[in-house]
Design a protein around this ligand. Structure first.
Ligand code: GRF
Length: 213
């Protein structure tokens, strides 16, 4: 049975591309960008995936643009909405309509370092480790239930750029795995909780991913 997903992006789209290339048990019904300049749109088009750009310039307000993105996602009727570098807050009505069905990837080990500039902030705080988190989206900023994480060590001499590269390598391993686990019901999401089969826990441990106990 197909498991349709819609991917929302705003930028270069490396996570999106990896999701397209991973041979997962899901079907990418469309990639939607809120930015006309998002490099990921061309990457998706080259791979034959339907794309839509909903640009702020075409709407009288940011609220109207967000409403249009919501309407387009609704029409596509996905089982899961995947935010892959989508730099826009998802409105409460959107979260409510798709409760427990929106996931995001964030470049830190949440709940530490929500928000922007995580790599520089981790270095400034002299943390020994950093990483990325896939989490459920709720109405807060990077506050939804944690689904899975991948960690990297912070090394002597790291700069925000070197650290970002290692975290991004982990993002590309983690995100498609999580989406595939959801598509195959090995990870089960609901508004209230995230549940894992035993097989998902074993597989996560083998891949060095962390999941909440
Ligand atoms: C990633 O670092 C992700 O964690 C954050 O935005 C970035 C998107 O990068 N949410 P890309 O567009 O997938 O290359």
């Amino acid at each position: 049975m197909s498991f349709p997903i819609v991917i929302l992006i705003s930028g270069r789209g490396s996570n999106m591309l990896r999701l397209l290339e991973y041979q997962g048990n899901y079907e990418v019904r469309a990639v939607i960008s809120n930015k006309v300049e998002a490099g990921g749109i061309a990457l998706a088009t080259q791979r034959g995936v339907p794309t839509r750009v909903v640009s702020r310039a075409d709407f009288p307000s940011g609220a109207a643009q967000k409403r249009e993105i919501f309407e387009q996602v609704k029409e596509l009727d996905p089982r899961l909405i995947v935010l892959a570098g989508y730099m826009q807050i998802v409105e409460p009505y959107f979260v409510e309509e798709f409760e427990g069905r929106i996931v995001n990837i964030h470049p830190s080990l949440l709940p530490d370092f929500p928000g922007l500039d995580t790599h520089a902030r981790v270095l400034a705080a002299k943390r020994p480790e950093h990483g990325c988190t896939v989490h459920l989206v709720d109405t807060g900023v990077d506050t939804g239930s944690i689904i899975a994480q991948a960690a990297v060590s912070v090394l002597d001499g790291d700069t925000p750029d070197t650290l970002a590269k290692r975290v991004q390598t982990e993002e590309l391993r983690l995100f498609p795995w999580v989406v595939d686990q959801i598509a195959t019901s090995q990870i089960v999401l609901s508004a209230a909780e995230v549940r894992y089969t035993h097989a998902a826990r074993v597989d996560a441990a083998q891949r060095n991913f962390r999941i909440p106990s």
